[in-house]
Design a binder for this molecule. Sequence first.
Ligand code: BGC
Length: 785
Amino acid sequence: MENIDKIISELSLDEKISFCTGADMWNTKSLEKYGVGSVTMSDGPHGLRFQKNGNTTTGINDSSPATCFPTAVTSGASWDEDLMFEKGAAIGREALSEGVSVVLGPGCNIKRNAKCGRNFEYFSEDPYISGRLAAAFIKGLQSTGALACIKHFAANNQEHKRMNGDSIVDERALYEIYLSAFEYAVKEAKPACVMASYNKINGVHATDNKKLLTDILRNEWGFDGAVITDWGAMNDAVEGFFAGCDLNMPGGGTYMQKEVFDAVKSGRLDKKYIDNSVRRILKLYEKSAAAKGKYKTDYDTHHDAALKTAEEGAVLLKNNGVLPLSLDDAALIGFKHEKTRHQGAGSSHINPVKLINIRDAIPDTPYFACCDEHGNVTEHALKKAAELAAGCKVAVVAAGLPESYESEAFDRQNLSLPDGMNKMVLAVAEANPNTVVVLLGGGVMELPWADKVAAILYMGLPGQAGGEAVRRLLTGEVNPSGKLTETWIKSDSDAVSGDTFGQKNVQYRESVYVGYRYYETANVPVAFPFGHGLSYTEFEYSDIKTDGKTVTAKIKNVGNYDGAEVVQLYTGAENSKIYRPAKELKGFKKVFLKRGEEKEVEFILDGRSFAIWHNGWVVPRGTYKIMLGSSVRDIRLTASVKIDGEDIKTPEHLRGTFYDKPAGKPTEEDFVKLYGELPDDKEPQKGEYTMDSTCLEMKDKSLVMKMQYALTRSLTSKVTGIKKDENDPAYKMMVSSAVDCPMRAIVIHGAGRLKEGFVRGLLDMANGRYFRGVKQMARKQKKKK
Ligand code: BGC
């Protein structure tokens, strides 16, 4: 490849603008005369989703076979950075052997509410662990020469209205909760790319958000890689260049290229912004070219890594001593043990090279399917399940969320399991007190039968080796050591973000009180706390010592099995003058201990262990508790340190509000005091629609959009090749993405086949300007020069 400056000096403005939009669905453009090839990208975070058929938006599930690792909900619950490094490295190797350079992952968004359809793709409700695990994944992946693209930057915490919704977040919550995981991963692991998310943050789309992409990401954190739009996320390309958004994906089209050209020619946009983006994409190519063709995948080794991750990420929620068990005395009952739910739906869906279901791993034990994977069950089946359960020593029931309940592009409606699934567990538990539930699904579930069963093993979405992991965990070949990275609330109505989650423009009213930060501070009873996870053995904590810079303690395995414990370090200010959560995770260590073994663990504290965001990171002066625990609610050792810092108080106008004394739910009145004036939440009316409006939003006011809506719905199956089936999350995702897609994103996804003028014409018509609309549609695409 020729010298980057030379290339930039020789390309015409038009060529440069065009270079900043990809060539097709997964590739950047090449510049043959300069020896610049294209950069190939592919999803994703839990295994490679490489679409050989390349340039289409269809066939989301039709990718080349790859190792299907446990999704982030499970791998995250391992609390194991080494394992995460291995997972990243394995995915990097698979990417390189398919000719893919950039892997679109990891996902590092915070689980603000348990109903987010994409929570299974994210690590935690806590930024500290999310950042650590994302960094480890990126380091592993990039150690192979493949390149990571951390996503979805930022505050993309729900799927409803993900393409044009607004995340309205106060500055402190933004920095402490929503940006902090990205910050750590970017600074520590230096991913080659960052993906700008679909949503707006405080009124400005992520893709044209200068504060986010330049002021914070580049200037504050020192990121020097390329920013890529999420697929179809570009809002205003002129503002996008100005903000520091480099590459518009997917490619193939010319969305707003003329506007950018005109903006440069008229002096509204300095051409240096285009040059900067071209330079960053060329550098990305340079990095990608250096690693091409280096690996051949060893799928057996990767299967073993997937198995280890599933084992380490399994969380033993409850055990009255029935586990570990002997399979000789057990029976399996379930929602199809022969079809274990192993992954989530959407762009992270993998076509596994092999799949071990629970039944494959446990073939010889008496078995009855009882209900189907959607939870449909008959009285007759319940009776048979109870009979089988009554005749064995231990009954193992598999239950969990059906595939259609959670996915990219839509959120969960509630936290319930299907009725039939609950009935099945209850019928079995009534017949046999030694009932063990193996739970599958991407996140929190309400478990109305939890106190009626003897044990619950939560596997999350355990990937292709899930069945094998279940057998080894149940029998004690492996001792469970996973811990929840999300609070399991008792009921959906307990969610602190419940009043605003799922709206289009979402007030993040709870501010910094996300997840356990709220439940601990407000003393809300929960089903299973953050950090919770049992073992077959017992650990004793002793001898905490701290000088304010390091913390040490001894951990001893005092039970009957070898096993690993995740020691968690929380800090909490005593009598804080400024409002803040009672406990915040600031360190963790996973220690493996043989029976009777004792080890010392050491934690390093730094400024961030005590800091808050207060127009910059500052440490409030005061006495802090250092708490070591086995979960956020099971604190075993506490020490106290005096920390020098600044005298910061809760501002007068926040006294007496939710923030000062968190209880119940924050109100809009509370939030206005914290955030200031709220943006106008009025839905645009006919005449006010923009390229950011969606067909779904306009259809009730516009006949054209009503027709467009009906047409899109009816064509979804044909265009995508996915069979119409409301139980299939891929179909549900495609329909919801298509009808709720902003007009601009329709143009981008049209990849040049659907002319911008045509879509703008439709929009004019929706706004009641029929004549102008028809003229727009008839007009040929204007030349750029
Ligand atoms: C998702 C991204 C994904 C991209 C490409 C988008 O819809 O939000 O996570 O990487 O598609 O498949």
